[in-house]
Design a binder for this molecule. Sequence first.
Ligand SMILES: *[C@@H]1O[C@H](CO)[C@@H](O)[C@H](O)[C@H]1NC(C)=O
Ligand SMILES: *[C@@H]1O[C@H](CO)[C@@H](O)[C@H](O)[C@H]1NC(C)=O
Ligand SMILES: *[C@@H]1O[C@H](CO)[C@@H](O)[C@H](O)[C@H]1NC(C)=O
Ligand SMILES: *[C@@H]1O[C@H](CO)[C@@H](O)[C@H](O)[C@H]1NC(C)=O
Ligand SMILES: *[C@@H]1O[C@H](CO)[C@@H](O)[C@H](O)[C@H]1NC(C)=O
Ligand SMILES: *[C@@H]1O[C@H](CO)[C@@H](O)[C@H](O)[C@H]1NC(C)=O
Length: 936
Amino acid sequence: MLKQKDLMVISYSCSAGTKLAWILSLLLILVAATQVHGVSPPGFLNIDCGLTNRSTYNDTDTTLTYVSDREFVESGKSYDIMAQYMAGAANEQEKTLRSFPDGQRNCYTLPTNSTKKYLIRATFTYGNYDGLNSSEKGSLFLFGLHIGVNFWTTVNLTKWDPSNTVWKEVITVAPDKSVSVCLINMGSGTPFISTLDLRPLQDTMYPFVNASTSVSYFSRIRFGSVDEYITRFPTDQYDRFWEGWVFTMHTFPWVNKSSNGKVAELPNIDTFGLPPAILGSASTINGNYSWLNISVSASNSLATDLELLPVFHFVELGNNGSKRIFDIYNVDEPQALFSNFSPPSFLSSMFHNWFLRKGRRAYFQLRKTPDSQLPPLINAYEVYSRVQVENFTTASSDVDSMKTIKEKYMVIKNWNGDPCSPREYVWNGLTCTYPNGGQNPRIIEINLSGSGLQGELEISFMKMSSLKKLDLSHNNLTGTIPDYQVNSLTVIDLSNNQLNGSIPDSILQRYKAGLLELRLEGNPICTKVRASYCGNKKNTRTRILLISVLVPVTSLLVVLFIFWRLCWKGKSRKSEDDYDMYEEETPLHIDIRRFTYAELKLITNNFQSIIGKGGFGTVYHGILENNDEVAVKVLVETSIAESKDFLPEVQTLSKVHHKNLVALVGYCQNKKCLALVYDFMPRGNLQQLLRGGYDSLNWEERLHIALDAAQGLEYLHESCTPSIVHRDVKTPNILLDKNLVAKISDFGLSRAFNAAHTHISTVAAGTLGYLDPEYHATFQLTVKTDVYSFGIVLLEIVTGQPPVFMDPQTVHLPNWVRQKIANGSVHDVVDKKLLDQYDATHLQTVIDLAMNCLENASIDRPSMTEVVSVLKVCLPISSERQSATSTPRKKNVMDAEIPRQFQLMISGASTTSYEGSSFQSGYTGGVSEISHISGR
Ligand SMILES: *[C@@H]1O[C@H](CO)[C@@H](O)[C@H](O)[C@H]1NC(C)=O
Ligand SMILES: *[C@@H]1O[C@H](CO)[C@@H](O)[C@H](O)[C@H]1NC(C)=O
Ligand SMILES: *[C@@H]1O[C@H](CO)[C@@H](O)[C@H](O)[C@H]1NC(C)=O
Ligand SMILES: *[C@@H]1O[C@H](CO)[C@@H](O)[C@H](O)[C@H]1NC(C)=O
Ligand SMILES: *[C@@H]1O[C@H](CO)[C@@H](O)[C@H](O)[C@H]1NC(C)=O
Ligand SMILES: *[C@@H]1O[C@H](CO)[C@@H](O)[C@H](O)[C@H]1NC(C)=O
């Protein structure tokens, strides 16, 4: 048998004329009558993804009416394939596509009838639509598909001819009144899709498919003298794709048989709805041979352990009274899958059986039994692999409520596909429970605080029967609170909105019964109410966060952050007022504002809103009299207050001003406590942004942040005399303002802290993973210590990885990067969240720079000034990127370099390849090949 690389690739189709010749006369009439008009059988949904020129058209080959995908998907962008591939496109649908550069999961929602069986097919023709040559570059280009909330398959277009089409099919039972098909970004290229077809099947068909088992198409082949590369609708009324078994007579001893006689179906096995054209056509082999091998192999994308289900179809089309008996083997196993099979005359018969296959290939053998007079015969076979239906869709009442909410408030976020399932794609802001035992997930918490919601409070929130916590604070909800008897809710936070009117009794009663925690402060509704749910504080004026509109919620929820320390001799807590008495004169003149404890208490609303906790203390959100937001860092360590270093340090810091340093606004100091007041940084810190999920930073933003941070450090090192060594450069200390400008925080402070606590100097002088190795030897802190730490920060920015992590053993980021590069390329280290959208030309420069900062000997490291100048070279990048990669290259389909994992391959086939208007070179989820007959 020939090896895969030696096999012929068949890229083949026939003209419409010969195609039609093959179709039975009855069907011919049907085709002729319907060629002009579109016909779509009931329930057929034919979606041409990315279609923009028109909203619908009748496909000339199939007569099916294709529609644009606009009403089935909310995200993505439409593209045409590159002009050079247009003429060769297999059909109209392959000319356009929808691509999904944003988000991890993007879903189409197809209307279905609950519990009905469907065949769903998606096709993918890359056609170099983005000019990036992703399929030919050599680096991985693949993405995943989910059917509903379960993994279906991978679409692997690595080293793939861009003009070729991949198709994937699944047969599934719709769990509900819609089924979603989702494209999953696996960090190896932007997912896209060309066509999506939905075909209802009869309930009796494919009996092995049920609510808990779906099957993914692997291979589907028809035999006999077939001229079409793909047989589909209208020949097959269910529009399955059947590939014609292409062969040449002189290299393979095939004998074709066909019959115009009516083929009946055996009772009880009309389970496959095979078209007469396929039942009436078969292949057998020359009588000198006794067996026939069929090899089916999966693409590289499929898992190595597969549960396969072959289905064979046989009809005896005339044996002149001779006996035809054969066994069917799975070549790896000694006992036959099916023994002593004799195809009934003009009766369709089939057999199917699950078996587990290790490896990507399955071999079947049809072997003549000793007493058979004729060799085996076959009409068609199908091979499927099992799709696990493990995860359940969210309860449909919750889905309906969320749909209403999403439409009403026009929430975007990642609200796509099923709200809760699978777990890793749960909608931002929702918390779900996942009960065992076949029950659907339920939504138990909704947190849409600060999400820019406008309009009335949607009653759907109240109607969700499993919802326990509802947080809609800091939005712009108006009108009254709907009166609805809530039963499951235990927390409702509507604080800081524009709600008016009266509080409904239904809610008030539940609150009074102690069943409900209610927060309404900051609403007009509270103007006349003194109850505790309206807040007992004076300063409850509604504050509409202007950032809430700009900043996506994920960040906003975690955003609030920063800073540290206040200290009081803690064991015996005195009453708060005692502290006011300790305000005392400082000997130094410091230019920034000095706050009293009472003032801090006021601006932080009695230290209510904690936005961060560090090793040294707690950081509170505060609002000054002029509405400026601040972060109040309260230090917990007593001795700091007594440290003589603290005030001089504050004095120094108050003189340090740079756009990339967080500005110190003021401080509070007395015998018992210390606090620092900084500008509030609404986008939080860099660590959070890099680790955050959905709204990650893009390449350009990352480089800007790196440059900002570098400039901040450069200022501390070069423009201050004496130089200020930060000592604790790390991503949590790089904060982002609302425009994503990075500012360094906590500079200088570690020194003050350190002086007071020499015994914990290593903590103060750096953080695990960022520590200069030379420091361990010398205990000397220099500006180069900061450069080292900055090198780690730079690697974090590029890779998205923490400085120290498990992989599977504990590994230090620089070592991980070195190892990855040594075993692959510099591209392997780039953060997968960038989804390959980065500037490849400057990547190496940035990595080299980081590595340079990480030199063991501090003398070998660059200065921050040098770092800044290198980073500047790497920006701006956006415009250069396009032109560098957009030269299209067309490869010959026959080019040996193109892997053919999906190609139809036949050993010993002739070298003829056909050009045509149909699928130019289809291939499938599987590859089929046939080996030479060797037995006699
Ligand atoms: C498609 O065919 C149907 C009739 O079957 C016709 O009503 C419709 O106008 C056609 N659509 C287009 C876009 O030609
Ligand atoms: C759902 O069922 C209705 C009524 O049987 C039928 O008309 C419709 O075509 C079906 N829709 C789908 C998508 O199967
Ligand atoms: C859509 O229309 C534009 C402008 O008429 C044309 O350039 C483009 O090729 C069309 N796309 C397709 C897929 O027909
Ligand atoms: C089901 O969900 C879990 C958790 O999200 C996921 O790991 C698993 O792969 C899913 N199963 C399938 C078949 O997709
Ligand atoms: C995708 O295909 C490429 C090229 O054939 C192969 O090297 C790679 O292993 C495949 N990847 C996966 C995940 O299947
Ligand atoms: C809140 O809604 C009111 C009334 O619709 C509107 O005037 C105001 O501009 C909104 N505020 C924000 C921040 O959207």
